[in-house]
Design a protein around this ligand. Structure first.
Ligand code: ARG
Ligand code: ZN
Length: 850
């Protein structure tokens, strides 16, 4: 069944209060709920409570036992009056819950995941985000197995229940939708700390993990305290309960969950120490801790009216966590990383069969809409409003938004109206960002005559499924002109607002030939064709004053070179080599930036530029350019590698930058075919005091064919076989290998005793990662597709949500040659025809077939 945004109706019944009583047991948990229900409006419809796989054990209305009727999975309760007390009891089996939605078991703990529609797997309830209730929760469990009992809000009482059992009661004073409900029971220890808010509330903080992991929680705790202070300083948002708890679990369908006062995390976004986590892992931990904490206001205090509004909380919260991370280190490098993610994950979505606007119009399964479009493009849309209003007016507008909608379930439209009222802007046309899918394309032409430069910009939004015709968008483009001769700017930066299909912008007093710097900082999530030649791009990569624009010019130069090489069979690498040499030798640049700027675009991104992707030709062209860069600049790479040998591990922007450049340089030394490259890598591998250097060296060895390769893989495996998060890296490094035998290696790893479909991280580490290995996954014989289909079909039986996330790479079939496209369609067909398929996977596969 398809759910449509236009069909929204307010709930028939409200539930201002709910009391939940859990008798916890991994095989049979009894859940007793007591709901105060109130008729909403003038109607005579029954109370309908959502359920998923539940059967009531008992039902009482106002204390009187009653018969019930199930309509599908829902419980239908006819009620005569305006207000009643409804009590329901059900039994559930957390241990058998392989979907990891609702109440489930993970490594001996019991925990919950309710967003989006998991609460209905715990008890019957109106499972929709616009029904807000005050929760009180009582849990009782075996004291030895589950010594710690946590739920949302504040702890109110606890005691012994006899028979080796104990109980605890928690109360959350803030009304919330059921998707924010959470409980955890288990043998956990806490890293405890506290934070005192601006107005003097002392908050007890706890990060709960298995005892063996306690030493890996300090970084997350530091990030949490920084986030709390940052949200006060930048958005005026204070925390509002006396406790804030985070729990890390090993089996989790995605990153983390912002349950009120009790965030639950995939352990990969909490645990970090130098021996097991890379710098990227440290950054991701801090970013996700911040993200979930920021949801307390953008998501919890102001929640969503319905799931079509998901980007209201996710886009805004991603924007907030991006701003936070930018403030902790290099803002330029953070922006480069965020744009790289957008291009790798969202642009393909926007140009494929699953394209949807950030506020979709319909869905079959809402879990399929936790996408890069909702999250990352959603964040770009907020960022554009920030750019249009400027920081002060944006802050006034968010203040108004939070004040106006505190305690409410709001819409994206409410957010935009608050931006208009609080920020003093007319966003009528801007709203198209919420309704139109597809990445806008801009073509820029710069003419110069006398002392006048004219910039003509044309925009078009490509057709997407269900949206053949598009209206022009509002595109904020930060623009500046540079003098190609003196390398100085010819004007101040201008924020151009492109609103028409075609517009010309005039720059006066431009005496010399201008070079165009446009979409600086990636101010709009669009593609821009400028026709700038290699010389201008090289010039900007060396002289633009916007670091992102410098990076972008270099990327464009590399892309142009690679696209030409694929078309002509061989490339002219001179311009790229000189530009990289300049960047490497610029003493003013920080190492983290250099490490990013000299990296070639991924094979997938090169493919995105082509009408028909030729994975083998792209791979050859890119490896040839890597080799030439390695050889031509071997001295520079060796100097960079040697110069970045930091002393003891330290997590600071400077040390991170040094490690980044060190491994990038090592990769180029290996690409040059240097005789001692493997020894260098091996020395880095064995001498490393941190995972960044160790994994960087391992990657270099794994991509090569030295005798040290197998030994390194073996050593890494033996050292970390009991650490699931590090073992994931072992799988991923091999899945991403650039070698010819990557596919064979992946097929062998699928049979490895440590590979399991039961753990989503492990599935993503092998199968998810491999889909990003363009040449390996798209092997001409179709074995890569067959591998993926087998995994999707097998995983769908136990965990449809995680299985469905693996489908989209097959939907890119329109972009490949006839033979591959046929194989990809056949693969999708095999999925769609599987008996008993979940609606999650069915929606993704059938839409991908088109
Ligand atoms: N709200 C969570 C977060 O972004 C993610 C929930 C994902 N839910 C899902 N069904 N995929 O922080
Ligand atoms: Zn989120």
């Amino acid at each position: 069944a398809v759910i449509r945004r236009e069909d929204y109706r307010p709930p028939d019944w409200l539930v201002p209060d709910i009391a939940l009583d859990f008798r916890l047991d991994s095989m049979r948990t009894r859940v007793a709920s007591r709901l105060q229900v109130v008729r909403n409006g003038d109607h005579d419809r029954p109370l309908v409570l959502d359920g998923d796989g539940l059967t009531p054990v008992a039902l009482r209305i106002d204390g009187v036992a009653t018969d019930w009727r199930l309509d599908g999975d829902a419980l239908v309760v006819p009620l005569p009056g305006g207000a009643h007390v409804v009590e329901v009891e059900v039994d559930i089996a957390p241990e058998l819950n392989t979907q990891l939605m609702g109440l489930y078991a993970s490594g001996g703990l019991l925990c919950t995941q309710c967003e989006a529609e998991g609460f209905r797997r715990i008890t019957f309830f109106p499972d929709r985000p616009d029904v807000l209730s005050r929760y009180s929760v009582r849990m009782e469990a075996d004291k030895a197995r589950y010594p710690v009992l946590l739920a949302n809000g504040d702890p109110v009482a606890a005691g012994d229940a006899g028979d080796g059992r104990h109980w605890a009661e928690w109360r959350d004073p803030f009304p919330k939708p059921c998707y924010l409900f959470a409980l955890v029971a288990g043998d956990l220890v806490a890293n405890r700390d506290s934070f005192t808010t601006l107005s003097g509330r002392k908050v007890d903080l706890g990060i709960w993990v298995r005892a063996a992991d306690l030493s890996k929680t300090d970084h997350a705790m530091t990030a949490l305290k920084l986030s709390m202070a940052w949200d006060e300083a930048v958005y005026g948002r204070e925390y509002d309960l006396d406790v804030f708890n985070i729990v890390a679990v090993a089996d989790f369908n995605f990153g983390a969950m912002e349950n009120k006062g009790l965030n639950i995390f995939n352990s990969r976004y909490i645990l970090a120490d130098p021996d097991t986590a890379t710098d990227a892992d440290y950054d991701a931990v801090a970013g996700v801790v911040a993200h979930e904490y920021f949801h307390n206001w953008s998501g919890n205090r102001v929640t969503c009216r319905d799931w079509f509004q998901l980007s209201l909380k996710e886009g805004f919260t991603v924007f907030r966590d991006q701003q936070f991370s930018a403030d902790q280190g290099s803002a330029a490098v953070k922006r480069i990383e965020d744009v790289r993610t957008l291009r790798a994950a969202q642009f393909p979505e926007d140009s494929g069969p699953l394209a949807h606007p950030i506020r979709p119009e319909s869905y079959m399964e809402i879990s399929n809409f936790y996408t890069a479009t909702i999250y990352n493009k959603g964040a770009e849309v907020i960022r554009m409003m920030h750019a249009i209003l400027g920081p002060e007016r944006f802050r006034a507008a968010t203040d108004l938004y939070f004040a106006r909608h505190d305690g409410e379930a709001a819409t994206c439209e409410d957010f935009v109206v608050a931006m208009e009222d609080g920020g003093g802007a007319d966003l009528t046309q801007f709203r198209r960002w919420y309704s139109q899918a597809g990445t806008p394309r801009v073509v820029a032409t710069l003419d110069h005559e006398g002392t006048t430069a004219r910039l003509t910009l044309e925009q078009a939004v490509p057709a997407t499924p269900g949206q053949p015709d598009k209206q022009p968008m509002v595109l904020p483009l930060r623009t500046r002109l540079f003098c190609g001769e003196t390398s100085g700017p010819l004007c101040d930066e201008r924020l151009i607002l492109l609103t028409e299909p075609r517009q010309t912008f005039v720059f006066d007093d431009i005496a010399t030939r201008p070079v165009l710097s446009i979409n600086r900082g990636f101010s709009a999530p669009v593609t821009v064709e400028t026709g700038r030649d290699a010389a201008d791009l090289a010039f900007l990569s060396a002289h633009d004053d916007d670091p992102f624009a410098r990076y972008e010019a270099m990327q464009q130069l590399m892309l142009d070179t690679l696209v030409a090489a694929v078309a002509e069979g061989r490339g002219d690498h001179g311009a790229v080599i000189e530009a990289v040499r300049n960047t490497l030798s610029d003493p003013a640049l920080d190492k983290a930036f250099v490490g990013e700027a000299v990296l070639l675009p991924s094979e997938a991104f090169v493919g995105e530029q082509m009408l028909v992707v030729d994975p083998d030709a792209i791979h050859r062209a890119r490896e040839a350019l890597r080799t030439d860069l390695g050889k031509a600049l071997e001295g520079e790479w060796r100097a960079a590698h040697a110069g970045a040998q930091a002393n003891r591990f330290e997590y600071s922007p400077a040390a991170k930058g040094a490690r980044r450049l060190k491994t990038v340089a090592l990769g180029y030394i290996a690409a040059a075919g240097a005789a001692d490259a493997a020894e260098l890598a091996h020395a880095q591998f064995t001498g490393a005091d941190n995972m960044t250097d160790r994994q960087g060296a391992l990657t270099t060895l794994v991509n090569g064919d030295s005798a040290l390769r197998e030994a390194a893989l073996e050593a890494f495996y033996r050292r970390y076989r009991d650490n699931a998060l590090v073992l994931d890296k072992w799988f991923t490094t091999q899945a991403l290998s650039t070698r010819d035998d990557a596919l064979d290696a992946v097929l062998a790893l699928e049979k490895h005793p440590d590979f399991t479909l039961a753990n989503p991280n492990r599935v993503r580490a092998l199968a998810g990662a491999f889909t990003a290995n363009q040449r390996g996954f798209h092997a001409a014989d179709g074995r890569g597709y067959g591998f993926l289909v087998d995994i999707i079909v097998a995983l769908d039986r136990i965990n449809p949500q995680t299985a469905a996330k693996l489908v989209p790479p097959l939907g890119r079939w329109r972009r490949f040659d006839e033979a591959r496209a046929t194989l990809m369609r056949a693969a999708l067909g095999r999925i769609v025809e599987t008996p008993g398929l979940s609606k999650d996977v069915f929606e993704q596969a059938s839409k991908s077939l088109g």
